[in-house]
Design a protein around this ligand. Structure first.
Ligand code: SAH
Length: 390
Protein backbone atom coordinates (compact mmCIF):
# COMPACT_ATOMS: atom_id res chain seq x y z
CA UNK A 1 0.00 0.00 0.00
CA UNK A 2 1.40 3.39 -1.00
CA UNK A 3 0.65 5.92 1.78
CA UNK A 4 -1.22 9.09 0.88
CA UNK A 5 -0.14 12.62 1.76
CA UNK A 6 -2.91 15.20 1.66
CA UNK A 7 -2.09 18.84 1.01
CA UNK A 8 -3.55 21.84 2.80
CA UNK A 9 -6.33 23.60 0.92
CA UNK A 10 -4.93 25.85 -1.83
CA UNK A 11 -1.48 24.22 -1.83
CA UNK A 12 -2.17 22.12 -4.94
CA UNK A 13 -1.52 24.94 -7.46
CA UNK A 14 2.22 24.34 -7.88
CA UNK A 15 1.60 20.65 -8.63
CA UNK A 16 -0.98 21.56 -11.27
CA UNK A 17 1.81 23.67 -12.78
CA UNK A 18 4.02 20.54 -12.69
CA UNK A 19 6.54 21.87 -10.20
CA UNK A 20 8.31 18.73 -8.94
CA UNK A 21 8.64 19.56 -5.21
CA UNK A 22 6.18 19.52 -2.32
CA UNK A 23 7.37 21.60 0.62
CA UNK A 24 6.67 20.31 4.15
CA UNK A 25 4.63 23.43 4.96
CA UNK A 26 2.08 22.53 2.28
CA UNK A 27 1.21 19.16 3.85
CA UNK A 28 -1.83 18.56 6.08
CA UNK A 29 -1.07 14.90 6.86
CA UNK A 30 1.06 13.99 9.88
CA UNK A 31 4.19 12.51 8.28
CA UNK A 32 6.14 11.57 11.41
CA UNK A 33 5.71 7.83 10.84
CA UNK A 34 6.87 7.97 7.19
CA UNK A 35 10.35 6.81 6.34
CA UNK A 36 12.86 8.63 4.15
CA UNK A 37 12.62 7.38 0.59
CA UNK A 38 9.12 5.97 0.88
CA UNK A 39 6.95 6.21 -2.21
CA UNK A 40 3.85 8.35 -1.53
CA UNK A 41 0.74 9.46 -3.36
CA UNK A 42 0.05 13.19 -3.07
CA UNK A 43 -3.59 14.30 -3.05
CA UNK A 44 -5.31 17.66 -2.84
CA UNK A 45 -7.38 18.63 0.22
CA UNK A 46 -10.50 17.30 -1.55
CA UNK A 47 -8.96 13.95 -2.46
CA UNK A 48 -7.85 14.52 -6.07
CA UNK A 49 -4.74 12.64 -7.20
CA UNK A 50 -1.88 15.05 -7.87
CA UNK A 51 1.37 13.12 -8.00
CA UNK A 52 3.47 10.14 -7.07
CA UNK A 53 6.82 10.84 -5.45
CA UNK A 54 9.53 10.05 -2.94
CA UNK A 55 9.09 11.27 0.61
CA UNK A 56 12.02 12.61 2.62
CA UNK A 57 11.95 14.39 5.98
CA UNK A 58 13.06 18.00 5.45
CA UNK A 59 11.98 21.18 3.74
CA UNK A 60 11.44 19.47 0.37
CA UNK A 61 9.17 16.69 1.63
CA UNK A 62 8.20 15.06 -1.68
CA UNK A 63 10.09 14.86 -4.96
CA UNK A 64 7.63 14.04 -7.73
CA UNK A 65 8.37 11.10 -10.03
CA UNK A 66 5.08 11.16 -11.93
CA UNK A 67 2.08 13.46 -12.26
CA UNK A 68 -0.12 10.57 -13.36
CA UNK A 69 -1.14 7.37 -11.59
CA UNK A 70 1.41 4.87 -12.85
CA UNK A 71 3.14 1.73 -11.69
CA UNK A 72 6.84 2.33 -11.21
CA UNK A 73 7.56 -0.99 -12.94
CA UNK A 74 10.37 -1.89 -15.35
CA UNK A 75 8.40 -0.51 -18.30
CA UNK A 76 8.11 2.88 -16.60
CA UNK A 77 11.90 3.11 -16.19
CA UNK A 78 12.54 1.78 -19.71
CA UNK A 79 10.40 4.53 -21.20
CA UNK A 80 11.87 7.32 -19.08
CA UNK A 81 15.50 6.32 -19.69
CA UNK A 82 14.83 5.77 -23.42
CA UNK A 83 13.38 9.31 -23.66
CA UNK A 84 16.47 10.79 -22.05
CA UNK A 85 18.88 8.83 -24.22
CA UNK A 86 16.94 9.85 -27.34
CA UNK A 87 17.20 13.51 -26.38
CA UNK A 88 20.99 13.16 -26.02
CA UNK A 89 21.09 11.46 -29.45
CA UNK A 90 19.33 14.49 -30.92
CA UNK A 91 22.01 16.68 -29.32
CA UNK A 92 24.73 14.55 -31.03
CA UNK A 93 26.70 14.08 -27.85
CA UNK A 94 28.12 10.67 -28.72
CA UNK A 95 30.53 11.03 -31.64
CA UNK A 96 34.12 10.37 -32.65
CA UNK A 97 35.21 13.49 -30.77
CA UNK A 98 32.87 13.34 -27.75
CA UNK A 99 32.02 10.47 -25.44
CA UNK A 100 31.21 12.38 -22.23
CA UNK A 101 27.67 13.58 -21.49
CA UNK A 102 24.92 13.58 -18.89
CA UNK A 103 22.09 11.12 -19.45
CA UNK A 104 19.88 12.25 -16.58
CA UNK A 105 19.85 15.64 -14.88
CA UNK A 106 17.42 15.21 -11.96
CA UNK A 107 14.47 17.61 -12.06
CA UNK A 108 15.50 18.79 -15.56
CA UNK A 109 14.74 15.26 -16.79
CA UNK A 110 11.68 14.89 -14.55
CA UNK A 111 13.45 12.48 -12.22
CA UNK A 112 14.34 14.51 -9.12
CA UNK A 113 17.27 13.07 -7.20
CA UNK A 114 18.77 11.11 -10.10
CA UNK A 115 21.97 11.96 -11.94
CA UNK A 116 23.47 9.66 -14.58
CA UNK A 117 26.69 10.58 -16.36
CA UNK A 118 28.24 8.71 -19.28
CA UNK A 119 31.94 8.19 -20.01
CA UNK A 120 32.71 6.03 -23.09
CA UNK A 121 30.60 3.02 -22.21
CA UNK A 122 30.32 3.61 -18.47
CA UNK A 123 27.24 5.07 -16.83
CA UNK A 124 27.80 6.52 -13.35
CA UNK A 125 24.65 6.90 -11.25
CA UNK A 126 24.58 9.39 -8.40
CA UNK A 127 21.45 9.68 -6.23
CA UNK A 128 20.55 12.87 -4.39
CA UNK A 129 17.45 11.44 -2.73
CA UNK A 130 17.07 8.26 -0.71
CA UNK A 131 13.99 7.32 -2.72
CA UNK A 132 15.98 6.79 -5.92
CA UNK A 133 18.14 4.08 -4.35
CA UNK A 134 15.28 1.58 -4.43
CA UNK A 135 15.03 1.76 -8.25
CA UNK A 136 18.70 1.11 -9.06
CA UNK A 137 18.08 -2.35 -10.53
CA UNK A 138 15.34 -1.10 -12.85
CA UNK A 139 17.43 1.92 -13.88
CA UNK A 140 20.42 -0.31 -14.67
CA UNK A 141 18.25 -2.65 -16.74
CA UNK A 142 16.73 0.32 -18.59
CA UNK A 143 20.20 1.72 -19.34
CA UNK A 144 21.25 -1.66 -20.77
CA UNK A 145 18.17 -1.72 -22.94
CA UNK A 146 18.54 1.86 -24.23
CA UNK A 147 22.29 1.94 -24.71
CA UNK A 148 22.83 -1.64 -25.93
CA UNK A 149 26.43 -2.12 -27.04
CA UNK A 150 27.30 1.42 -25.99
CA UNK A 151 27.10 0.28 -22.36
CA UNK A 152 29.93 -1.69 -20.76
CA UNK A 153 29.36 -0.96 -17.08
CA UNK A 154 27.17 0.86 -14.57
CA UNK A 155 28.72 2.24 -11.38
CA UNK A 156 26.68 3.51 -8.45
CA UNK A 157 28.18 6.32 -6.34
CA UNK A 158 25.88 7.81 -3.70
CA UNK A 159 27.77 7.29 -0.42
CA UNK A 160 28.96 10.94 -0.56
CA UNK A 161 25.67 12.49 -1.70
CA UNK A 162 23.32 10.80 0.79
CA UNK A 163 23.31 11.10 4.58
CA UNK A 164 25.84 8.81 6.32
CA UNK A 165 23.13 7.13 8.42
CA UNK A 166 21.85 5.32 5.34
CA UNK A 167 25.21 3.52 5.05
CA UNK A 168 25.20 3.41 1.23
CA UNK A 169 27.90 1.30 -0.42
CA UNK A 170 29.22 2.37 -3.82
CA UNK A 171 29.99 -0.19 -6.48
CA UNK A 172 29.33 -1.68 -9.90
CA UNK A 173 25.75 -2.66 -10.71
CA UNK A 174 26.65 -4.08 -14.10
CA UNK A 175 30.02 -4.99 -15.66
CA UNK A 176 33.26 -3.52 -14.42
CA UNK A 177 35.70 -1.18 -16.12
CA UNK A 178 39.02 -0.24 -14.50
CA UNK A 179 39.79 3.42 -13.68
CA UNK A 180 41.20 5.68 -14.91
CA UNK A 181 39.08 5.23 -17.97
CA UNK A 182 39.59 7.36 -21.07
CA UNK A 183 36.87 9.49 -22.56
CA UNK A 184 36.72 12.43 -24.97
CA UNK A 185 35.25 15.89 -24.81
CA UNK A 186 35.49 18.05 -27.91
CA UNK A 187 38.42 16.02 -29.22
CA UNK A 188 40.43 16.17 -25.97
CA UNK A 189 41.14 12.94 -24.06
CA UNK A 190 40.55 12.85 -20.31
CA UNK A 191 41.36 10.19 -17.71
CA UNK A 192 38.19 9.75 -15.67
CA UNK A 193 38.11 8.13 -12.23
CA UNK A 194 34.57 7.95 -10.89
CA UNK A 195 35.73 6.04 -7.81
CA UNK A 196 38.28 8.52 -6.46
CA UNK A 197 37.31 11.68 -8.34
CA UNK A 198 34.93 14.48 -7.33
CA UNK A 199 31.23 14.04 -8.21
CA UNK A 200 30.95 11.35 -10.92
CA UNK A 201 34.55 11.99 -12.00
CA UNK A 202 34.29 15.04 -14.27
CA UNK A 203 32.50 18.40 -14.47
CA UNK A 204 30.51 17.77 -17.63
CA UNK A 205 28.47 20.96 -17.22
CA UNK A 206 31.31 23.18 -18.49
CA UNK A 207 31.68 21.46 -21.89
CA UNK A 208 30.26 24.25 -24.09
CA UNK A 209 31.87 26.98 -22.00
CA UNK A 210 35.29 25.33 -22.29
CA UNK A 211 34.97 25.19 -26.08
CA UNK A 212 33.96 28.84 -26.17
CA UNK A 213 36.84 29.98 -23.91
CA UNK A 214 39.25 27.85 -25.93
CA UNK A 215 38.47 29.94 -29.02
CA UNK A 216 39.55 33.13 -27.21
CA UNK A 217 42.87 31.67 -26.06
CA UNK A 218 45.15 31.86 -29.10
CA UNK A 219 48.51 33.38 -28.05
CA UNK A 220 47.11 34.31 -24.62
CA UNK A 221 48.39 33.90 -21.06
CA UNK A 222 45.64 32.05 -19.25
CA UNK A 223 44.99 31.43 -15.57
CA UNK A 224 42.49 28.63 -14.87
CA UNK A 225 41.65 28.89 -11.16
CA UNK A 226 39.58 26.09 -9.52
CA UNK A 227 40.69 23.90 -12.43
CA UNK A 228 39.78 20.40 -11.12
CA UNK A 229 40.84 18.01 -13.93
CA UNK A 230 41.76 20.91 -16.21
CA UNK A 231 39.02 21.12 -18.86
CA UNK A 232 39.46 24.85 -19.46
CA UNK A 233 43.27 24.51 -19.42
CA UNK A 234 43.28 21.80 -22.06
CA UNK A 235 40.96 23.75 -24.36
CA UNK A 236 43.22 26.81 -24.01
CA UNK A 237 46.34 24.73 -24.74
CA UNK A 238 44.67 23.04 -27.73
CA UNK A 239 43.90 26.51 -29.08
CA UNK A 240 47.54 27.61 -28.76
CA UNK A 241 47.53 29.67 -25.60
CA UNK A 242 51.08 30.89 -24.92
CA UNK A 243 51.02 29.69 -21.32
CA UNK A 244 48.35 28.17 -19.07
CA UNK A 245 48.40 28.10 -15.28
CA UNK A 246 46.09 25.51 -13.67
CA UNK A 247 45.33 26.17 -10.03
CA UNK A 248 43.43 24.08 -7.48
CA UNK A 249 43.68 23.64 -3.73
CA UNK A 250 43.32 19.87 -4.10
CA UNK A 251 46.58 17.99 -4.68
CA UNK A 252 44.51 15.18 -6.26
CA UNK A 253 42.99 17.62 -8.75
CA UNK A 254 46.43 18.90 -9.70
CA UNK A 255 47.59 15.32 -10.30
CA UNK A 256 44.57 14.87 -12.59
CA UNK A 257 45.31 18.00 -14.64
CA UNK A 258 48.91 16.94 -15.06
CA UNK A 259 47.82 13.49 -16.18
CA UNK A 260 45.41 14.98 -18.71
CA UNK A 261 47.93 17.52 -20.02
CA UNK A 262 50.38 14.66 -20.51
CA UNK A 263 47.79 12.42 -22.19
CA UNK A 264 47.27 15.12 -24.81
CA UNK A 265 51.01 15.93 -25.11
CA UNK A 266 50.58 19.56 -24.09
CA UNK A 267 53.13 19.82 -21.24
CA UNK A 268 55.35 22.47 -22.85
CA UNK A 269 53.17 25.50 -22.07
CA UNK A 270 51.59 24.33 -18.83
CA UNK A 271 52.22 25.26 -15.18
CA UNK A 272 50.25 23.72 -12.32
CA UNK A 273 49.85 25.27 -8.90
CA UNK A 274 48.41 23.60 -5.77
CA UNK A 275 47.22 26.55 -3.68
CA UNK A 276 44.25 28.28 -2.15
CA UNK A 277 42.79 30.44 -4.91
CA UNK A 278 41.67 33.24 -2.61
CA UNK A 279 45.28 33.63 -1.34
CA UNK A 280 46.87 33.16 -4.78
CA UNK A 281 44.60 35.74 -6.38
CA UNK A 282 45.71 38.47 -3.95
CA UNK A 283 49.00 38.82 -5.81
CA UNK A 284 49.35 37.11 -9.17
CA UNK A 285 52.82 36.06 -10.40
CA UNK A 286 52.16 37.36 -13.93
CA UNK A 287 49.75 39.58 -15.82
CA UNK A 288 47.15 37.35 -17.43
CA UNK A 289 45.11 37.97 -20.60
CA UNK A 290 42.40 35.50 -19.56
CA UNK A 291 41.41 34.53 -16.02
CA UNK A 292 38.88 31.74 -15.43
CA UNK A 293 37.22 31.48 -12.02
CA UNK A 294 35.03 28.41 -11.48
CA UNK A 295 34.76 27.98 -7.70
CA UNK A 296 32.66 25.34 -5.94
CA UNK A 297 29.22 26.51 -4.75
CA UNK A 298 29.92 29.16 -2.08
CA UNK A 299 26.30 28.85 -0.87
CA UNK A 300 24.47 25.54 -0.66
CA UNK A 301 21.65 27.04 1.41
CA UNK A 302 19.74 30.29 1.43
CA UNK A 303 21.15 31.32 4.82
CA UNK A 304 24.67 31.40 3.31
CA UNK A 305 23.68 33.64 0.39
CA UNK A 306 25.03 36.90 1.78
CA UNK A 307 28.41 35.41 2.68
CA UNK A 308 28.60 33.71 -0.71
CA UNK A 309 28.00 37.00 -2.53
CA UNK A 310 30.78 38.63 -0.53
CA UNK A 311 33.08 35.72 -1.42
CA UNK A 312 32.34 36.00 -5.15
CA UNK A 313 32.86 39.76 -5.00
CA UNK A 314 36.24 39.52 -3.24
CA UNK A 315 37.52 36.78 -5.56
CA UNK A 316 36.44 38.59 -8.72
CA UNK A 317 37.74 41.93 -7.48
CA UNK A 318 41.23 40.40 -7.10
CA UNK A 319 41.07 39.11 -10.68
CA UNK A 320 39.68 42.34 -12.13
CA UNK A 321 42.24 44.51 -10.37
CA UNK A 322 45.19 42.57 -11.83
CA UNK A 323 44.04 41.34 -15.25
CA UNK A 324 45.83 42.83 -18.27
CA UNK A 325 44.21 45.80 -19.93
CA UNK A 326 42.11 44.37 -22.76
CA UNK A 327 41.90 41.07 -20.88
CA UNK A 328 38.96 38.76 -20.42
CA UNK A 329 37.56 37.45 -17.16
CA UNK A 330 35.47 34.27 -17.37
CA UNK A 331 33.67 33.87 -14.09
CA UNK A 332 31.12 31.35 -12.80
CA UNK A 333 28.81 30.61 -9.92
CA UNK A 334 27.16 27.23 -9.45
CA UNK A 335 25.33 28.27 -6.26
CA UNK A 336 21.65 27.65 -6.86
CA UNK A 337 20.64 30.37 -4.38
CA UNK A 338 22.65 33.07 -6.18
CA UNK A 339 20.54 33.74 -9.26
CA UNK A 340 21.64 35.23 -12.57
CA UNK A 341 20.73 38.80 -11.71
CA UNK A 342 22.40 38.70 -8.31
CA UNK A 343 25.53 37.19 -9.84
CA UNK A 344 25.65 39.90 -12.53
CA UNK A 345 25.30 42.60 -9.89
CA UNK A 346 28.04 41.02 -7.81
CA UNK A 347 30.51 41.02 -10.71
CA UNK A 348 29.61 44.58 -11.67
CA UNK A 349 30.18 45.77 -8.10
CA UNK A 350 33.53 43.91 -8.06
CA UNK A 351 34.46 45.87 -11.21
CA UNK A 352 33.44 49.16 -9.61
CA UNK A 353 35.45 48.32 -6.49
CA UNK A 354 38.54 47.50 -8.59
CA UNK A 355 38.09 50.63 -10.64
CA UNK A 356 38.00 48.77 -13.97
CA UNK A 357 35.72 49.49 -16.90
CA UNK A 358 34.03 46.31 -18.07
CA UNK A 359 31.69 45.04 -20.75
CA UNK A 360 29.71 41.82 -20.60
CA UNK A 361 30.48 39.81 -23.74
CA UNK A 362 28.66 36.55 -23.06
CA UNK A 363 26.28 35.24 -20.45
CA UNK A 364 26.94 31.54 -19.99
CA UNK A 365 24.96 28.72 -18.50
CA UNK A 366 24.69 24.94 -18.31
CA UNK A 367 24.65 22.85 -21.50
CA UNK A 368 21.68 21.13 -23.14
CA UNK A 369 22.29 17.76 -21.48
CA UNK A 370 21.66 19.56 -18.15
CA UNK A 371 18.18 20.79 -19.12
CA UNK A 372 16.07 23.14 -17.03
CA UNK A 373 12.49 22.00 -16.47
CA UNK A 374 10.16 24.75 -17.66
CA UNK A 375 8.28 24.47 -14.37
CA UNK A 376 11.40 24.27 -12.24
CA UNK A 377 13.41 27.48 -12.73
CA UNK A 378 15.52 26.53 -9.68
CA UNK A 379 17.20 24.07 -12.05
CA UNK A 380 19.24 26.85 -13.63
CA UNK A 381 22.22 26.55 -11.33
CA UNK A 382 25.27 27.35 -13.48
CA UNK A 383 25.78 31.00 -14.34
CA UNK A 384 28.78 32.49 -16.06
CA UNK A 385 29.91 35.83 -17.42
CA UNK A 386 32.58 36.59 -19.96
CA UNK A 387 33.72 40.10 -19.16
CA UNK A 388 35.97 42.34 -21.26
CA UNK A 389 38.19 44.49 -19.08
CA UNK A 390 39.37 47.75 -20.69
N1 SAH B 1 36.55 24.19 -13.53
C1 SAH B 1 36.55 22.79 -13.19
C2 SAH B 1 35.53 22.43 -12.13
C3 SAH B 1 35.74 23.17 -10.83
S1 SAH B 1 35.06 22.39 -9.44
C4 SAH B 1 36.35 21.97 -14.47
O1 SAH B 1 36.14 22.57 -15.54
O2 SAH B 1 36.40 20.75 -14.40
C5 SAH B 1 35.72 23.36 -8.17
C6 SAH B 1 37.18 23.06 -7.85
O3 SAH B 1 37.59 24.05 -6.89
C7 SAH B 1 37.45 21.72 -7.21
O4 SAH B 1 38.42 21.02 -7.96
C8 SAH B 1 38.03 22.05 -5.82
O5 SAH B 1 39.09 21.19 -5.43
C9 SAH B 1 38.55 23.45 -6.02
N2 SAH B 1 38.63 24.30 -4.83
C10 SAH B 1 37.78 24.38 -3.79
N3 SAH B 1 38.15 25.36 -2.94
C11 SAH B 1 39.28 25.92 -3.45
C12 SAH B 1 40.14 26.97 -3.04
N4 SAH B 1 39.90 27.67 -1.93
N5 SAH B 1 41.19 27.30 -3.82
C13 SAH B 1 41.44 26.60 -4.97
N6 SAH B 1 40.65 25.60 -5.40
C14 SAH B 1 39.59 25.25 -4.66
Amino acid sequence: MIPTITLKKGKEASLYRKHPWVFSGAIATDCTSLEDGQLVTVKSWNGKFLALGHFQHGSIAVRVISFSEVDLNQEFWNTRIADMVQLREKLVLLSATNSIFRICHGEGDELPGLVIDYYTGVAVIQCHSIGMIQHLDEITEALRLSLGEDLLAVYHKSAETLPKRHAITDGYLYGEVPTPHYAKEDGITYAIDWINGQKTGFFIDQRDNRTMVGKLSHGKKVLNAFCYSGGFSLQALKNNASVVYSLDSSQKAIALVEQNVQLNAMEDRHISVAADAMEFMKELPEEFDIIILDPPAFAKHLDKKHKAVQGYKRLNAHALRQIKSGGILVTFSCSQVVDKSLFNHTIISAAIESNRKVKILYQLHQPADHPIGAFHPEGEYLKGLVVYVE
